[in-house]
Design a protein around this ligand. Structure first.
Ligand code: AMP
Ligand code: MN
Ligand code: MN
Ligand code: MN
Length: 284
């Protein structure tokens, strides 16, 4: 039976395709009973999502997926059960969003040097509500016919070494974990299987994350293989970290997995939601 829990998803506030209200409705229709909306670097969708979740009798978790630079690489940390009014978190996210605008100009300038015009306006036209991201550039490039799917757009234009890549420094792991924990939330390392950093760096990352106060890692996520579910379950156990799960849903036809299809955590994992009050309600 698929899990009723999904703790990683995106709306139009970041790079998802559904508005927060529609995202929650979609989750409900796919059997999700406990949902976290975790837009990139922005919490603007949480209030609306909370309202709609209540109408569906769904347990809703305030979330955010924060961009981090760790040893010159980008990684993502999900904050769950965060207090969006906590000032260091609020101002930290605001600073990251401001950085995204500067980075977008850099991306557009690089693309222009390569002969691709109008990408700044084009990308912003796709970023209707909140942050600007590479996903919005990808949609513009696809609209202009530069490739037939988002994956190849990224591969050809938007990753390191390609014309639209622009080096950017996000927040540090230390500050991000502190914002999340300080707000009363829990810090979860997102989709560890997607970081191409090698085994020894992964062990370093997990150790550092745990020592800074990180609580859990995503063991079951839409972008992990079945083997990776087991691998990260073992690593979570090894570092005394809890386990989380989420689809990382970005909208119909986009991303890795439909909602409501995640398998349960592997046996032996300690769920990050173990002592949450929302779970008691879920089972009642
Ligand atoms: P950004 O945070 O602006 O660098 O944008 C990263 C986002 O782009 C991710 O959260 C994904 O939603 C999307 N993305 C990154 N790589 C790919 C890819 N290869 N294919 C499709 N979407 C991607
Ligand atoms: Mn995304
Ligand atoms: Mn991510
Ligand atoms: Mn995500």
């Amino acid at each position: 039976m698929p899990s009723l829990i999904d703790l990683h998803s995106h709306s139009t506030v970041s790079d998802g395709l559904l508005a927060p209200e529609a995202l929650v409705q979609h989750a409900a229709a796919h059997g999700v009973k406990m949902l976290a909306l975790t837009d990139h670097d922005d919490t603007a969708g949480l209030a609306a999502a909370t309202r709609v979740a209540a109408e569906h009798g769904m347990q809703f978790i305030n979330g955010v997926e924060i961009s981090v630079t760790w040893r010159r690489r980008t990684i993502h940390v999900v904050g769950l059960r965060v207090d969006t009014d906590y000032e260091p978190l609020r101002s930290g996210l605001e600073k990251i969003r401001a950085g995204r605008h500067v980075r977008a100009e850099g991306i557009a300038a690089s693309l222009e040097k390569f002969g691709i015009e109008g990408s700044l306006e084009g990308a912003y036209a796709h970023a209707k509500q909140g942050i600007i991201s590479r996903a919005h550039f990808a949609r513009y490039l696809m609209e202009k016919g530069y490739a037939s799917n988002i994956k190849s757009i990224f591969k050809r234009y938007l990753v390191k070494g390609k014309p639209g890549y622009f080096e950017h420094e996000w927040a540090t792991l230390e500050e991000v974990v502190a914002w999340i924990n300080g707000s009363g939330g829990v810090a979860v390392l997102a989709h560890p299987g997607r970081y191409d950093i090698g085994r020894s760096n992964m062990l370093l990352l997990l150790e550092e994350f745990r020592n800074l106060g990180g609580a859990a890692i995503e063991v079951v996520t839409g972008s992990h293989t079945v083997e990776q579910f087991q691998e990260y379950a073992r690593l979570a156990h090894m570092f005394g970290l809890k386990s989380s799960m989420g689809s990382d849903y970005h909208g119909p036809g986009h991303g890795y997995m439909e909602m409501g299809r995640l398998p349960d955590l592997p046996r032996g994992c300690t769920p990050v939601w173990q002592d949450w009050p929302e779970v008691r309600l879920l089972n009642s």
